[in-house]
Design a protein around this ligand. Structure first.
Ligand code: FES
Length: 556
């Protein structure tokens, strides 16, 4: 049996194939946040000709089904098939990866009172690597001067096995796919190194050192270590400190004897990327109490100063990256990234990445949309759509939804459903609840925080005011917030270049008190209070209370 695409390409089916696996083998990757388990509804394809059987429909509507839409991961051929793969189902790679923080890092290194003292010492070049669940960034460094020779970035091709770390652990353990996942990340890094080496006429033997910073799951997979215990009680990873292994052990295309340092992890869900982030923020060196938060696929937070550090992982879930949201997507071309709703006409105006036709909505767009919907009375403080308030609100098979964009051509509207809003509220409540729990644990209140450092890809496109309106960030003056970009790679650079800062990273990891939120009664209470927009205790959000009062006064 054969699989034909409307583009004209033809691929063979194997007997065990779903449409998803046949496309994957042909190098066509579909978005698969659930790891091809039939749960996320993102791997939609349209069958134009042929017989098939299907095992599940997730969130497909009757309309979708009658127009031939199926989930590729749940559908098997019964004859040759002709299919159309919609653009929004394709896994987008190589687009808009934020590589911020490329300031003069050699100078920044000196500001710690550290001098150039690289790991491995003798060679000419080294690499600092940030292995994110979604993206990988490599800094190629001249070890003598500390200058950045070049930078490479790519999507982590493990995405094709699932969006979040839990799906990857399941794939590694239940599917026996650990080696496959390791190979994926190592070959991503090697491809980046190779391109840079060719561009600068540098040979692999000249690269003599590497530092890896990643979350605990990514660090384990990179070294081929078993990840099973991370998701089983008592949720302890196999290791938090890693020996300095050789590049040949990792399979990196560089001097085989090169030393590879892994930034230490703290716990199962607070990894080396957060330790590197704290190192880069200098939070651990200052007397003032600061909050460090990395809002990515997960949501890790650290509170403290030069005397103490507390940390937690918020299990915010990857909804800000598009998972679990009907029209959600990553911040790539076609994503609605900002929304403004006219308070009088209630008509939304959208800003789209790449300025073309929108195909979905990304995290910053979701936060914008919800804050605007709240301030214009389209939703109430529970996140429910107010009936009759806006002509863009309608009821569909998935329940009430708000239409952001009518796609008359493709008959696929971009909407935020009430269920989407609930999911987003859960994520923001997990983040805010995590912050309040850590603060309460330390016997402190929100106003003791002097600075909020925001790290991660989300960072720079996040509108702080809007994030405060929905109650994701504490209600504080804007000047207290500082976007740091990718602190994981900055911290990895510091560890590559300085023995003193490698030691600091070890000290930060050992000083951090980890609070497991999933067993904390206090977290549950804080989380539930934060499920409201912005919060059940409006005294915590005086600015938002003022805005809502103004709205009431404007008699809608
Ligand atoms: S439903 Fe097919 S990948 Fe999630």
């Amino acid at each position: 049996m054969k699989l034909r695409l409307t583009s004209g390409e033809v691929f063979p089916f194997r007997p065990e194939d779903t449409i998803f696996s046949a496309l994957k083998r042909a190098g066509i990757y579909l978005a698969a946040p659930c790891g091809a388990k039939g749960a996320c509804g993102k791997c939609r394809v349209r069958i134009l000709e042929g017989g098939f059987s299907t095992d599940g429909f997730a969130n497909l509507t009757a309309n979708d089904r009658s127009s031939g839409i199926v989930l590729a991961c749940m559908t098997r051929p019964e004859s040759d098939l002709l299919i159309e793969v919609p653009k929004e189902s394709l896994l987008v790679v190589g687009d808009r990866i934020s590589v911020s923080g490329t300031k003069d890092l050699a100078k920044y290194l000196q500001s710690y009172g550290a001098y150039i003292d690289p790991i491995g010492k003798t060679g000419s070049y080294g690499i600092a690597v940030d292995i994110g669940t979604t993206t990988i960034v490599v800094y190629f460094i001249d070890l003598k001067t500390g200058s950045i020779v070049d930078i490479g970035s790519t999507y982590n091709s493990q995405i094709r096995f699932g969006d979040d770390v839990i799906t990857r652990i399941i794939y590694a353990t239940e599917g026996g796919g650990l080696q496959e996942l390791k190979d994926a990340v190592v070959s991503d890094i090697n491809a980046l190194i190779k391109t840079i080496m060719e561009r600068h006429d540098i040979g692999p033997s000249e690269i003599s050192a590497a530092v890896i910073a990643g979350n605990t799951v990514m660090s384990h997979i990179f070294w081929g270590l078993d990840t099973a215990s991370i998701r089983e009680e008592p949720y302890d990873p196999l290791m938090t400190r890693f020996p300095i292994w050789k590049a040949s052990t990792a399979g990196l295309s560089m001097n085989p004897d090169a030393q590879v340092y892994t930034v230490p992890c703290v716990a199962s869900y607070v990894g080396g990327d957060i330790v590197a982030g704290v190192l880069a923020s200098k939070l651990h060196l200052k007397e003032e109490i600061a909050l460090f938060m990395d809002i990515g696929t997960n949501g890790e937070i650290v509170i403290g100063n030069n005397e103490w550090l507390m940390t937690a992982a918020c299990s915010a879930g990857p909804c800000f990256e598009g998972s679990g949201i009907k029209c959600g997507m990553r911040a790539t071309t076609g994503a609605i990234e900002a929304v403004r709703i006219d308070p009088v006409t209630l008509i939304p105006s959208l800003s789209v990445i790449g300025e073309g036709r929108p195909v979905g909505i990304c995290g910053s767009g979701m936060i914008d949309a919800i804050s605007e919907m709240l301030l214009t009375g389209i939703i109430d403080q529970k996140g429910r759509l107010v009936e009759g308030r806006s002509a863009s609100t309608r009821r569909s098979e998935d329940g009430p939804e708000y239409v952001l964009f009518h796609d008359h051509k493709l008959h696929r509207d971009i909407v935020l459903t009430e269920v989407d809003i609930e999911n987003i509220l859960r994520s923001k409540a997990a983040i805010y609840g995590g912050i309040s729990t850590l603060l309460s644990g330390a016997g402190l209140s929100m106003d003791t925080i002097n600075k909020v450092y925001i790290a991660g890809g989300f960072g720079n496109c996040l509108d702080v005011k809007k994030a405060i309106i929905i109650g994701m960030l504490p209600d504080m003056p804007e000047e207290k917030f500082k976007f740091l970009g990718n602190t994981s790679i900055t911290g990895a650079y510091m560890c590559l270049m300085s023995a003193k800062l490698r030691n600091d990273a070890e000290v930060i990891a050992s000083r951090m008190t980890y609070i497991e939120l999933s067993v904390s009664g206090m977290f549950m209470e804080e989380y539930i209070s934060a499920l409201f927009l912005p919060h059940t205790d409006m005294n915590l959000f005086p600015t938002v209370a003022g805005l809502l009062k103004k709205r009431e006064g404007s008699k809608f």
